[in-house]
Design a protein around this ligand. Structure first.
Ligand code: MF3
Ligand code: CO
Length: 243
């Protein structure tokens, strides 16, 4: 699964580099699509139609801007200075999938948004640190939820991480809140996506008329970070680590 992880990481790094004021989120999607073609990889988003989606997914990326937290559809929305942009990307390479997300802010940055981004990234690191063979899923969930809650952010556990393999969404579910020492046992060789997402001022979200885009109910900023990791005896291996 390393090649898939490396490819997904490279695409996210590139998108963060090229994203700038005046581009649309569809431009970002087109750029990622081009990289998929060039690599001979396969999109796992395009045409994806899970129970929670109103229509088959129309892009290769989720682009969620400002108060949008998850599953934002690439559109003609033009990126502006100070926008908080979450990019979520998964692809299949040689039959195996990797899934990862990053959130960044286009300049000028604000301390408020930077604190949210740093906290969500820290929750991801805290969750990964608890991904130990012999531990429990609840160890990961509790670590993620604590970082968000201690910072005063809204943590909603309706959407969370998941197993990753030949397909994107596999068992087990990886909740963003939970209790240490509870839940399924973490076994060697398990590959999961860990993906905290926090909203600055609320625990509640609303879904746009497009049936996909998840937004904070009060319009406050949201952030999302995700890595696909493999559990080994030597500790968690971050397959989607960026340079
Ligand atoms: N990659 C997202 C996740 O982290 C899900 C994307 S839904 C899709 O689970 F429809 F866009 F594929
Ligand atoms: Co995921």
């Amino acid at each position: 699964m390393r090649p898939a992880g490396r490819f997904v990481a490279a695409v996210l790094s590139e998108l963060e580099q090229v994203a700038e004021v005046g581009m649309t989120t569809r431009d970002l999607d087109a750029h990622a699509h081009q990289m998929i073609r060039a690599a001979g990889a396969r999109s796992v988003y395009l045409g994806y139609h899970p129970s929670f989606g109103a229509m088959p997914y129309p892009g290769v990326l989720c682009t969620s801007v400002n108060d949008a937290a998850l599953h934002g559809l690439p559109s003609d929305q033009v990126l502006a200075g100070g926008d908080v942009v979450s990019v979520d990307f998964a692809a299949q390479v040689d039959g195996w999938v990797a899934d990862s997300a990053v959130t960044f802010q286009l300049p000028p940055t604000t301390t408020e948004a930077q604190r949210l981004l740093a906290t969500t990234a820290a929750a991801l690191e805290a969750g990964i640190a608890m991904a130990r063979v012999g531990g429990r899923m609840g160890d990961i969930s509790a670590a993620i939820g604590k970082v968000g809650q201690d910072a005063g952010y809204g943590v909603n556990s309706d959407f969370g991480g998941h197993g990753v393999g030949r397909t994107m969404h596999e068992d087990p579910h990886v909740p963003n809140r939970g209790r240490r020492g509870t839940g399924p046992r973490l076994k060697k060789g398990l590959v999961i996506a860990v993906e905290p997402w926090f909203m600055a001022e609320t625990e509640d979200y609303v879904i746009d008329d497009d049936g996909w885009t998840i937004r904070s109910a009060d319009g406050s900023l949201a952030a999302h970070f995700e890595h696909t990791i493999a559990l080994t005896e030597a500790g968690p291996l971050v397959l989607t680590a960026r340079e």
